[in-house]
Design a protein. Structure first.
Lengths: 369, 169
């Protein structure tokens, strides 16, 4: 008997690339049995700009602004990772004052990134209100970036060897005010969502990823912490003086979408804690280390990684002693974490896939580079 | 690159296990790495995972050295151990056209990472479940991160057929 499409058990449909809840140009091929997802396949690369190739055709310093265009939601973290990697090759360290400024700006950026995630994730799942709230607070953080370096998103805030700009006059006051204003707002978001029955039933037990699965798939960041692994590069292998700050690494046990939400909410509070400590003690001194005008690292290679808002962001840099990088490899957290969509979405419903994509917190600029 | 030898109980154990297949254990800027022969590199990664707790494959990437006579590619695996809080690299040198065993059965995360290495450098992985391009279009020819291709090089045939313009430049 001839099979019509009604007899077929499996229906294959495309989600994206033009789909509002895929956060950019991600295409997911869904294999469906009714509402149930039997399998997924991601098609990526729509935003591929060849960043790693560009690096080989720019000088070490010229390439620094390009890294901001990868994870454009957390550009400051991208820049920090790149600067640290080149500094490692040059064997220099940023002076203490620059390190504290770096910590303040990256933590502000972590909050800004988490806020954008929270707003859009809630929007995907059907809660419209939080987006307006989170955008409002994110604006305060972006304003500080704007006052500091003139840019709001692709900031290029740091230079190899330190920072380009001195902090502006009211910088400390602005950061302190941000902390005071922002902290109670986290409770406000939680009031909207944490106990909300619809929010809980859409998120709990959806997209579970165990600690073993996280390790096997190389998944890092809030996803692995929600599965009970207390691991954060800021603590495990501190950089930029993170060992001096007191903060907790929030963890949860279930590894589902709800737990990842809870982990990120707590991370924002911990970031405020770090901000308050950092802004209290900005040391005096230079903001640039002694770095030659023409940067030519000696022949060699290094892998340096930081805890970006989305997970481990690594740079593998190779120098042949020339003016341009011989090779810059970016290890993007979004790319590797997105691979875990398949094990998370298998057996879930179509609507859950939207929640799961939201919870991975991907930025396609970083996935495709 | 001026490296210093990396020698401790751990490297002794690995050396005892792999003998001549392990070409080097060295350290540069305080970062340690092994250099292994291509045929035993996956065995080494598996040994490190099972016996030495290196349970997280961070990254796989390659570097093209077209002027090197005996081997044109460095294939680099970055490994991390949660239990030991230690990060190492495993490197192997390949000739152009050499194939290497896939790491997917050891670390599932290798799936996309190896696809990207294939996409950008054309290095083939034996036994990979789905070795196809990941970032470039599937019908694209050429491997962009090879050094012989300049920054403006592109697959003009693909551009003409799919975008309806003469050239992307």
């Amino acid at each position: 008997m001839a099979q019509t499409f009604l007899d077929a058990n499996e229906l294959v449909i495309n989600m994206g690339p033009q789909h509002p809840s895929t956060h950019g140009v991600l295409r997911v091929i869904l294999k469906l049995d009714g509402e149930k997802v039997n399998g997924t396949e991601c098609v990526i690369g729509y935003l591929h700009r060849g960043v790693e190739k560009i690096a080989e055709n720019r000088t070490w310093a010229q390439f620094a602004p390009y890294v901001d265009r990868m994870d454009y939601v957390a550009a400051v973290s991208n820049g920090l990772g790149y600067c640290l990697a080149v500094e490692k090759l040059l064997n220099v360290e940023a002076p203490p004052r620059a390190q504290v400024i770096r910590v303040i700006l990256t933590e502000l950026n972590r909050i800004a990134s988490h806020l954008l995630w929270l707003g859009t994730h809630a929007l995907d799942v059907g809660a419209i209100t939080p987006l307006f709230y989170t955008m409002r607070e994110r604006e305060y953080a972006l304003e500080i970036f704007e006052k500091y370096c003139g840019a709001r998103l692709t900031t290029h805030a740091f230079r190899i060897g330190g920072c380009q700009y001195e902090i502006y006059e009211d910088f400390e006051k602005d950061v302190k005010r941000f902390c005071d204003v922002f902290l109670p707002k986290v409770d406000e978001y939680e009031q909207l969502l944490t106990g909300n029955r619809m929010w809980v039933s859409r998120l709990q037990n959806v997209g579970i990823l165990t600690a073993e699965q996280c390790k096997a798939y190389g998944v890092t960041g809030p996803l692995i912490r929600a599965a009970g692994v207390e691991w954060d590069l800021r603590r495990a292998q501190p950089y930029s003086g993170y060992e001096k700050y007191e903060f907790q690494i929030p963890t949860r046990q279930n590894g589902d979408t709800y737990d990842r939400y809870m982990v990120r909410m707590e991370e924002m509070r911990q970031s405020v804690r770090i901000l308050r400590q950092a802004v209290e003690g900005i040391p005096e001194g230079p903001i640039m280390a002694k770095v030659p005008k023409v940067i030519k690292p000696p022949v060699g290679e290094a892998y340096v990684s930081i805890e970006a808002p989305k997970g481990e962001l690594g740079y593998y840099v190779v120098s042949d002693g020339g003016l341009n990088p011989y090779r810059v490899r970016v290890r993007p957290p979004s790319f590797v974490n997105l691979q875990a969509l398949e094990p998370m979405a298998k057996g879930a419903l179509v609507a859950d896939v939207v929640a799961i994509i939201g919870t991975i917190d991907i930025v396609l600029g970083e996935v495709d580079r | 690159m001026v490296t210093t030898p990396w020698d401790n109980e751990f490297t002794q154990r690995v050396k005892a296990q792999f003998g001549d297949d392990l070409k080097e254990a060295a350290s540069y800027l305080g970062q340690n790495f092994f250099v292994a022969k291509p045929e035993s590199v996956i065995g080494l990664i598996e040994f490190l995972r099972d016996e030495e707790e290196f349970d997280y494959l961070v990254d796989i990437t390659a570097v093209h050295w077209p002027k090197r006579e005996d081997s044109q590619f460095d294939l680099v695996y970055v490994l991390y151990s949660f239990a030991r809080n230690e990060r190492i690299r495993v490197k192997t040198m390949l000739r152009d056209g050499d194939r290497v065993r896939t790491a997917v059965d050891v670390h599932p995360t290798a799936n996309w990472l190896e696809r990207e290495v294939y996409d950008m450098f054309g290095i083939q992985f034996i036994g990979h479940p789905d070795l196809k391009r990941i970032l470039m279009p599937e019908e694209w020819t050429g491997f962009p991160l090879r050094k012989e291709l300049g920054i403006t090089a592109m697959d003009n045939r693909w551009v003409q057929e799919n975008l309806g313009i003469e050239s992307g430049q």
